[in-house]
Design a protein around this ligand. Structure first.
Ligand code: SF4
Ligand code: SF4
Length: 432
């Protein structure tokens, strides 16, 4: 019975990988590759992929060239226009490919390029599928230090999209053997918030807060500024007229990215490197310098390394905003608290907290802070400095500053065993 069900759900090979690659190229893709659903590297995405299309047996990754010259322009509206036009092109190309496959008996689903995402899952994993991961596995490139997929020929100047199909193919692709990243560190130097570290670490919050200011990261903050301002003068003291105009433009013409410097400066790949290798100094002068010297506001969270980085660059203005990530549940809190951790505030802090969450969610957890790093563990581990017992809903409100620690304690929803000042120390290590 099970076997016959599987046979119904899985198409036999209708087309070879080479034939599909030809179809992709004829439809307008600049490159394409294929991955089987069972690939181990796709395991973290598999549940979400099968949720979108339970019949998925293979994934087609397609790449479309983005105009490097436009992306390297210091004019943000030119860069955004280039991105939006590729947002328009890629799904059209993907649908054209799927249509051709349909004619040959292969069924499937085109996934969204970037948006719409599943905002029901915010602030967690709102994207259904990581096109970057699929593209890497499909041999379209390797991750560079800037965390973008670097195509061997086109470098990071590509848009990526995935198509899920119900057929198994005769053969699949695999990650490229040589990483095109030349370790030039230009992405490190061009990042206005210092998000890319030399050692490969990445400060997600620093990039997210600035680059996505006009997307979901800042929209909530903007709405709250409108709602909480007592009058027009107060609103204008928080949100500049130019910023209100940006919101109008984002909502009308499509969202704008505040920064793509790490993509713009990257010389990796056969084509981009032709502009870099012959005269590296000239490349830095023409491409990197104008971005670093561009006078612009940069959105940062108070007291972070990103704020320090911006204040050290006389061409940039630090605009302090609120954290775009707010947990809505204990799961969100435990999954995302390391993103909110601010190492700048954890100098000389060594702390082990045991949490006992009660009420709607019953859960035990340990959070350790040591050497400017935060670790979240299930259950209770090691000897605690503080034991926090809290009603789950109250804890979420407390982290979001919707209720004070004092109020939570006197209403009996929060109990601490140990020095209560350590609670403040812990909270001071979280970005707001
Ligand atoms: S997009 Fe901008 S802020 Fe984000 S990592 Fe790249 S250079 Fe830094
Ligand atoms: S800019 Fe240089 S270091 Fe950064 S990803 Fe590109 S090649 Fe690698």
């Amino acid at each position: 019975m099970q076997e016959s069900l599987n046979n119904q759900n899985t198409q036999a090979i209708q087309l070879t990988a080479d034939e599909i690659r030809d179809i992709c190229r004829q439809a307008g893709a600049d490159d394409a590759g294929f991955v089987e659903i069972e690939r181990q590297a796709l395991a973290p995405e598999k549940v979400d992929i099968l949720k979108i299309y339970p019949k998925t047996r293979s994934l087609i990754a397609i790449a479309k060239l983005i105009n490097q010259e436009a992306v390297q322009s210091p004019a943000t509206n030119i860069v955004d226009e280039e991105f939006h036009r590729s947002y328009d092109d890629l799904p059209v190309i993907a649908r054209r490919i799927l249509r051709r496959l349909n004619e040959r008996g292969v069924r499937g689903v085109v996934t969204p390029y970037a948006f719409p995402m599943d905002m029901n899952r915010a602030p967690g994993k709102v994207w259904d599928i990581s096109h970057k991961l699929v593209a890497r596995e499909a041999g379209l490139g390797e991750f560079g230090l800037n965390r973008l997929v670097l195509h061997p020929k086109f470098g990071n100047f590509i848009g990526l999209l995935s198509i899920l199909i119900d057929s198994e193919l005769d053969r699949y692709d695999h990650p490229v053997k040589d990483n095109p990243c030349i370790d030039c560190k230009l992405c490190v130097s061009a990042c206005p918030v210092g998000a890319i570290h030399h050692n490969g670490q990445f400060d997600f919050m620093a990039c997210f807060t600035h680059t996505y200011r006009e997307l979901m990261a800042g929209f909530q903050d903007w709405i709250e500024a409108i709602v909480s301002a007592k009058n027009v003068a107060e609103y204008r003291s928080i949100v500049r007229d130019s910023e209100t105009s940006f919101w109008w433009q984002s909502l009308t013409f499509g969202h704008g990215y505040k920064c793509v410097n790490c993509m713009a400066v990257c010389p990796a790949g056969e084509v981009p490197i032709e502009n870099y290798s012959p005269d590296k100094k000239a490349y830095v002068k023409q491409i990197v310098k104008p971005l670093k010297e561009k006078s612009e506001p940069i959105y940062v969270l108070a007291g972070t390394r990103a704020e320090k980085t911006v204040r050290n660059n006389p061409n940039k203005e630090a605009r302090i905003v609120h954290s775009p990530l707010r947990p809505t549940s204990i799961k969100d809190f435990l999954d995302g608290v390391t993103l909110l951790f601010n190492p700048e505030k954890a100098e000389n802090i060594t702390l082990t907290l045991h949490f006992v969450f009660t009420g709607e969610v019953e859960r035990l957890a340990t959070i350790k802070i040591e050497n400017k790093k935060m670790l979240v563990l299930d259950d209770h581990v090691d000897k605690p400095n503080l034991i926090v017992t809290s009603d789950a809903g109250t804890w979420v409100k407390l982290v979001n500053e919707e209720i004070s620690t004092f109020k939570a304690i006197i209403t009996g929803k929060l109990k601490v065993k140990g020095n209560p000042l350590l609670m403040n120390k812990f909270k001071s290590c979280l970005m707001k």
